[in-house]
Design a protein around this ligand. Structure first.
Ligand code: ZN
Length: 155
């Protein structure tokens, strides 16, 4: 597959030197997601500080796109509120399902726009989405947990 060479470099850089690739101890939420079509696998830990994402750490194996994309999302979402994070995940997903017509907004998605070209390769879309879907799952679980705790406090 042919991606813009600058974007290829961004992906390769994240693959070689992944960010936050070291699982935190005692996370609020841990999820494990696999992409059977390619054999990609990640475990992702999420910690929140109230409404704000304190850290996303992860470990995994798989193709460069899946691993680089997880590195990008783990960095991008740290410090965001859960609702900001969900909106960014949605934006990334829309870009990847656009078949290449949506090039992404770098102000919002940062290095995530490097994966815009992947949208033209349907077989690889799941690779690029893996870390983002795992993050979405982890954030939903964290929000449910936090809401559960606060409703218990009210009792
Ligand atoms: Zn893959």
């Amino acid at each position: 597959m042919e991606l813009d060479s600058l974007y290829q470099e961004v992906i390769l850089e994240h693959y070689k030197r992944p960010l936050n690739k070291a699982l935190s101890a005692n996370p609020l939420v841990q999820v494990h997601h696999i992409n059977t079509s390619c054999g990609d696998e990640i475990t992702l830990n999420l910690d929140m500080d109230g409404e704000v994402i304190k850290s996303i750490t992860w470990d995994g194996v798989g193709c460069s796109i899946s691993q680089a994309s997880t590195s990008v999302v783990s960095d991008l979402l740290s410090g965001k509120t859960s609702s900001e994070a969900m909106a960014l995940i949605e934006e990334f997903q829309v870009m990847l399902q656009s078949k290449g017509s949506d090039l992404g907004n770098e102000d919002n998605l940062g290095d995530g726009v490097a994966f815009a070209g992947v949208a033209k390769f349907p077989a690889r879309v799941k690779c690029a989405l893996l870390g983002w879907m795992a993050s979405k799952d982890a954030i939903s679980q964290a929000v449910a947990k936090i809401n559960g705790l606060s409703s218990e406090e009210k009792r």
